[in-house]
Write a protein that binds this ligand. Sequence first.
Ligand code: ZN
Length: 360
Amino acid sequence: MEFYFAGTGDDVRAERLLAGLQPVLERHGHRRVDTSEAASLVFHPFPAKHPRSFRRQNSGMFLVGITTLGGFDDPIAALYPRLVRSLSNLVVSLTPEGKHDIGDVHLVTLEQGHVRLPAHGLSDAFYEEFYRRLEPLATSRLVVNNIFEPDLEPELWAGDERTRGIGQAGRFLAELDLLPAVFPIEDVLSPRELRQLKKLYGIGGLSYGNFSARLDDRRFWMSASGVDKSRLEIIGRDILLVKGYDADRNAILLSVPPNVEPRRVSVDAIEHWMIYRENPGVRAILHVHAWTDGIRSTEVTYPCGTYEMGRAVADLIRTSPDPVHSIIGLKNHGVTVTGDSMEEILARVTGRLTRSVPMT
Ligand SMILES: [Zn+2]
């Protein structure tokens, strides 16, 4: 993997962090390059007061924003808007200590995960831990392309009992306060930045959780990306029919009704596609950013919407004692639940899920 350091401006702490990081990346076989075009991982320092975005050339590039900010109680509230504004996949915040030193290092991901790493005077142990957190970003591949084909059968234009089950699940989870509000992305991004974000990540907005239900042996309904999950109504806009994955084009294939401006399907469609294909008995899948104790969990925190994240979750489900009724943890992120119907899943998880996800 090739990495690139964008200019550090006059941020002495970011400069120190990156100076120590370079030999660690090199020791793990990565190579520093002089132009960002050739890089798959870019480190981009930006001022906390004026977060700005780095001009990315391709969607395969992961951007690590670095900033210096202290004195906050809630790291997500303080850092998440800056992650969005800087269009980063991960934001690294250095807490000032004394004149030049770094106290704690906070990492916040696009999925609203957060970890705090004590800098320990930027020791070797710190850098190894920091590298362990960066590696999944550096080595995974996003599946964000959507190909829409207006070939949905007319009898499905208004949905069916499965899509009504998905709509009910959204309202039910919203009542339990298990669906965080859609992040007001329009408030923090300019129209140009919004266009760039949509083009790069294929996301129409930031919302959390998704639902799907099997239609037949190859197709399934799934909630759209960036929509209010408590109001899933219109087919093609709020709920889409996934009919396949095209590996050559690295794209999700969708059947939509004519005369609807389609929205993108949830970024986790690749994960659900793998699960339905490998487990014919699974008829519905729920994913929420909540937790329950005593479950098996993925070991590595891959970003949402990557092939590797899908693979890690699907492998755990396939090898579960009962793949059709399993609850799998996604480390520092949430749970994915399979079932024979959305109603059956909701009955099983009610009272078991808590809003707070343990961070390790
Ligand atoms: Zn998620």
